[in-house]
Design a protein around this ligand. Structure first.
Ligand code: SF4
Length: 234
């Protein structure tokens, strides 16, 4: 059987990728973006060779029905692959809840996948202004695509969170405050800041640079007041 999706890796047991659920995570191959802080650069190339066979993963899931609550489709960027919908349908039919990690690339595909999904972790890379967003994702994207996906998610009533990786080479404290304001204005209820851990090629960013966001009381208080759920992930 042909694999419906190209998988770059799997995590067989995770308590941190799907809130309040024990989940397996599928890291899908391929991402159109080139975020300077990416720790999954090996997943970026959609043409990289397949490391995992989908049917083997499904067999594994069969044996874990009593242990796992859900399956998270992560990346890379899962919306790159047309087979995502089919893969989700197959896993959902087995009784698993479905999580999706995405940056909102390809809203037309997101529209098809969203009804099948129980929870979404939506990455917000920068303030919602095209040039600044392009700097954060490393390519000339059309920001309207990200906005369309986020609006769709807001209207869907699905459970979701937004999260931002605080890379001090890209974002200032004022930028993060601005993102918080924009998301709150849009009606986002759950927001998380993630600590940037310098990638191997980054020899100049210090831990203090990365920590500055989480030591700024004004920023943290402001964000706590704006969202029903706000937290930091280090
Ligand atoms: S969207 Fe994610 S996988 Fe793609 S380049 Fe950015 S951090 Fe890496």
């Amino acid at each position: 059987m042909v694999n419906p999706i190209k998988i770059g890796g799997v995590e067989t047991f995770s308590t941190v990728d799907f809130p309040d659920k024990i989940a397996a995570v599928v890291f899908m191959q391929g991402c159109p973006w080139r975020c300077p802080f990416c720790h999954n650069a090996v997943l970026q190339d959609i043409n990289a060779s397949d490391n995992f066979i989908w049917e083997k993963f499904v067999e594994f899931l069969e044996s874990r029905k009593k242990v796992l609550d859900g399956v998270v489709f992560s990346g890379g960027e899962p919306l790159v692959q047309d087979g995502l919908e089919k893969a989700i349908e197959q896993v959902k039919a087995m009784g698993f809840q479905i999580g999706l990690h995405t940056g909102g690339y390809r809203p037309k595909h997101f529209e098809k996948v969203l009804p099948l999904v129980d929870w979404v972790g939506f990455d917000i890379k920068a303030p919602l202004e095209e040039k600044r967003y392009q700097k954060a994702v490393g390519i000339n994207l059309n920001l309207d695509d990200v906005k369309a996906s986020l609006n769709m998610l807001l209207k869907s009533g699905k459970d979701f969170e937004c999260r931002t990786t605080c890379d001090p080479r890209i974002l200032s404290i004022a930028d993060v405050a601005e993102i918080g304001q924009e998301l709150s204005d849009l009606g986002v209820k759950k927001y998380f800041l993630q600590k940037y851990r310098p990638i191997e090629s980054d020899k100049t960013t210090s831990d203090a640079d990365c920590e500055q966001f989480f030591l700024d009381r004004n920023l943290l208080d402001e964000l706590k007041n704006k969202f029903s759920v706000f937290d930091i992930r280090k």
